[in-house]
Write a protein that binds this ligand. Structure first.
Ligand code: SAM
Length: 213
């Protein structure tokens, strides 16, 4: 995701603490209180500019969505997109997904989405991939026992790597699509990257996986 320096980002975040939660570890095991209901919680990791989470929140108003995005200059764009959407069922966290276990208790989350995660193609950067086994163990910790990990990408190398990583971890695959758009899933909400890469004719890959019980 291209990051532009945004000198106004700090001020924006300070003015919008109801949406971009400044001290998210305080809500561990209390996210339901923040949303004011007991609806299931879905988390998107690497939210980017927010098109997916805003679209999903509109499509599924009975679900609470939390977007985690590392880059401050990017999360402010997501926050603006969420504000435009006027959806009440979204909160954002400016954090590294490495800290997931600090943010949520076991079983607090029903679904995790990874959308067009950075591929980190060099072998020496394998640990940074969001489907590396250390990340899978964090997802397993916070997901409910039947909770799903849903992963979309245009990057064939990352997709193949991730399927192997899921398999080595003992995960079960509920769906593997090598051309998501050909299947015309009416519930699919496109991300910014998905729009960009599919416009160039690249197939979009999607996998839905669960952890072993
Ligand atoms: N999901 C968006 C999309 O599909 O349009 C953005 C994709 S972009 C390639 C990846 C995003 O993930 C970037 O905005 C990056 O800052 C974020 N990201 C990468 N590693 C992360 C991490 N460990 N924790 C949280 N966000 C991360």
């Amino acid at each position: 995701m291209r990051q532009r320096n945004k000198p106004w980002a700090d001020d924006f975040l300070q003015e919008n603490t109801d949406l971009v939660i400044p001290n998210p570890t305080e809500y561990k095991n209390k996210w339901h209180e923040l949303f004011g209901n007991d609806n299931p919680i879905h988390v998107e990791i690497g939210t980017g500019k927010g098109q997916f989470i805003a679209g999903m929140a509109k499509q599924f108003p009975e679900v609470n969505f939390i977007g985690i995005e590392l880059a401050k200059s990017v999360i402010v764009s997501a926050a603006q997109k969420v504000q435009e959407s006027e959806q009440e069922n979204i909160r954002l966290i400016n954090e590294n997904a490495e800290n997931l276990i600090e943010l949520f208790t076991p079983d607090e989350i029903s679904t995790i989405y990874l959308n067009f995660s950075d591929p980190w193609p060099k072998n020496r950067h394998e640990k940074r991939r969001l489907t590396f086994h250390t990340f899978l163990s964090r997802y397993e910790n916070v997901l409910k026992s039947d909770g799903e990990l849903i992963f979309k990408t245009d990057n064939r190398g990352l997709f193949e790597y991730s399927l192997t990583s899921f398999s080595h971890y003992g995960m079960l695959l509920n769906e593997v699509s090598l051309d998501l758009h050909a299947s015309n899933d009416p519930e699919n909400i496109m991300t910014e990257y998905e729009e960009k890469f599919s416009a160039k004719g690249q197939p979009i890959y999607r996998c839905k996986a669960i952890f072993p019980n």
